[in-house]
Ligand binder design. Structure first.
Ligand SMILES: [Mg+2]
Length: 304
């Protein structure tokens, strides 16, 4: 049986499980010179989808994030945005969060792409189809965190506003008239998880929603920081916290991490994502070579 027939058979077997099933005609015959998009991601995706360890980890991080939020709310000089300077004590408080694999769990499309041996060129179509389903479940602990954060206030009685800064990109979709159907889908997905609030439309900031809102998230964080004291940031990628890291080497990324050593687990909270991210981009396409050359970085402040 060919690999693709095996994949199709698996998909049929999963037909009762709406989170992974995929039409057989979406199974691709091969990627030509390219390697499959999610190649090598089986263990990582299974860890996210099945392990108690991931759920315990994510829930624990979100529980710690609430403690960090309490601490930050009590200190009017506290900011979780490195570029936010000056007197911020009169500003109302805010939390900024990434969405994908921080609030919404996208392990289902990862599983689909693995099972279908999707090619790099297939990604945009498959991803947009997933967004259009509006069916992403929550990352463990995320929805409870957002609801609790919105209930919290600073010492002046001002409530916390939660901004969701996502690189889900606005784009046209065949047969859809909306200028940004991905915004409508994401709002619907968040509302289905019980995360609606009167400002949700404005709280959600997509890539491309405005011309200056690009994949580098700093301009969007700085827009929030003009009017709000950013008390906490939650994401799953170094680029959710620190600008210009996507093209950096592993050494440079480590240096960037260490420059903010005291902020991790205090103002910045990272949800583990072994499925994909800018960490993987720096490794290049040959994962075996990257593995052979890999070494564990020193702890911040240590050498050798
Ligand atoms: Mg993310």
């Amino acid at each position: 049986m060919s690999k693709h027939l095996i994949a199709a058979t698996i998909l049929i077997a999963l037909a009762g499980c709406a989170t992974v099933q995929m039409r057989i005609d979406e199974v691709k015959p091969g990627c030509g010179a390219d390697r499959p998009f999610a190649e090598g991601g089986e263990r990582a995706t299974l860890w996210i989808r099945t392990s108690a360890e991931f759920r315990a980890s994510a829930e624990g991080i979100y529980r710690s994030a609430l403690q960090g939020l309490r601490q930050g709310l009590a200190d009017a000089t506290w900011s979780a945005e490195a570029t936010q300077t000056g007197d911020i004590s009169s500003m109302p408080p805010a939390v900024v969060m990434d969405i994908d694999d921080t609030v919404l769990d996208n392990s289902a499309p990862q599983a689909r792409m693995l099972l279908a041996t999707a090619c790099p060129g297939d990604f945009d179509v498959l991803w947009d189809a997933w967004v259009a389903e509006r069916a992403a479940p929550t990352v463990p602990g995320a929805t409870a965190f957002i609801r609790a954060a919105r209930e919290m206030k600073d010492p002046q009685g001002r409530p916390v506003r939660v901004f969701l800064i996502t690189n889900r990109a606005c784009g046209t979709r065949p047969g859809v008239t909306s200028a940004c159907p991905q915004q409508d889908d994401t709002l619907a997905n968040l509302r289905a998880l019980g995360l609606d609030t009167s400002t949700l439309d404005d709280d959600l900031m997509l890539n491309g929603e405005r011309p200056e809102w690009v994949s580098e998230k700093l301009p969007r964080r700085q827009l929030v920081a003009r009017d709000y004291r950013i008390v906490l940031n939650v994401g799953d990628d170094l680029a959710d916290f620190i600008p210009d890291v996507r093209q950096q080497s592993q050494v440079e990324r480590e240096q960037a991490r260490c420059r903010h050593h005291g902020w991790w687990g205090a103002r910045w909270f990272v949800i583990p994502n072994p499925m994909y991210g800018s960490w993987q981009r720096v490794l290049g396409p040959d994962l075996d070579a990257a593995l052979a050359q890999s070494s564990i970085p020193s702890a911040c402040g240590e050498t050798g």
